[in-house]
Design a protein. Structure first.
Length: 247
């Protein structure tokens, strides 16, 4: 398995457009994304395992789960493994990433379906899902208005009671706190034997490709979108698991 390096965006300061992001994931070696313990993400397995624990009370009687920006199905794999009988719909606008999902989810035949769709335009429907999950995808939203719009769509798609659980990169509450978080990430990457140049490349791409918000901004937006409860479950450096509950 090749070591993850991410795109080379050195010297670039403007954010990638949605089309550039789709093309980047359509070019990506999708199998690189389905590693069980990717070297560049701190405590990923611990963070992912929190998601089925969060949603299990909502889906134990059955019902559909939606994975937004599902990629190759990494988070769905964790959920289907931990919740017998759960069924998931995976949406992503990269057909290349979704094409790897049947391999990643080969142990769960008949328990998932994939759909190529832009999560900013997808018809989420009303009260269709017991749980909506997402990992490392919503940070492609640009600005609070786009996040709020997605959170409203997700909230409307949930039956009551319902849950939204998200594992993603987050900013700090100030630029200085973001820098502190990012320094911790760089230290982690260096401990995992990424060279200084590789770590810098990953961080520089993060700045160009991702537009994370702070945890407190996410929780405010979730409440504004109609989630009665919004909370952070786990955070380390610039990574977090947060959730919103309805009904
Ligand atoms: C970093 S990958 C994460 C994939 C997967 N959730 C995981 O944790 O391994 C981000 C995914 O979000 C998808 N994505 C980004 N913007 C999207 C959009 N507007 N609509 C649908 N998918 C999108 C990309 O195609 C990519 O597969």
């Amino acid at each position: 398995m090749p070591r993850y390096r991410g795109p080379d965006t050195a010297g670039r300061t403007d954010k990638m457009s949605k089309e550039e992001i789709r093309e980047r994931f359509d070019r990506e070696q999708a199998s690189c994304y389905s590693q069980r313990d990717p070297a560049w993400l701190p405590e990923l397995n611990y963070a992912f395992d929190l998601v089925p624990r969060l949603i299990e009370p909502f889906v134990r009687q059955g019902g559909e789960i939606l994975d937004v920006g599902a990629g190759t199905g990494n988070l769905t794999r964790t959920v289907l493994r931990c919740i017998p009988g759960a069924h998931a719909t995976l949406i992503d606008f990269s057909a290349n990433m979704l094409a790897e999902a049947p391999n990643v989810l080969a142990a769960f035949p008949g328990r998932f379906r994939t759909q190529t769709a832009d999560f900013m335009a997808y018809d989420y429907g009303r009260a269709r899902f017991r749980a909506v999950i997402s990992s490392f995808a919503l940070h492609h939203c640009r600005g609070e208005d786009q996040y709020l719009d997605i959170y409203r769509r997700i909230g409307g798609s949930l039956s009551r009671p319902g849950v939204f659980a998200c594992c993603d990169v987050v900013a700090g509450g100030t630029p200085a706190l973001s820098s502190l978080n990012e320094e911790s990430w760089i230290e982690f990457l260096r401990q995992r034997e990424f060279s200084a140049e590789e770590a810098e490349r990953i961080l520089s791409n993060y700045h160009v490709e991702d537009s994370p918000l702070s945890v407190s901004a996410h929780l405010d937006l979730l409440r504004r979108a109609g989630f009665g409860v919004a909370d952070v479950i786990w955070k380390k450096a610039n990574f977090a698991v947060y959730a919103g509950l309805v009904g």
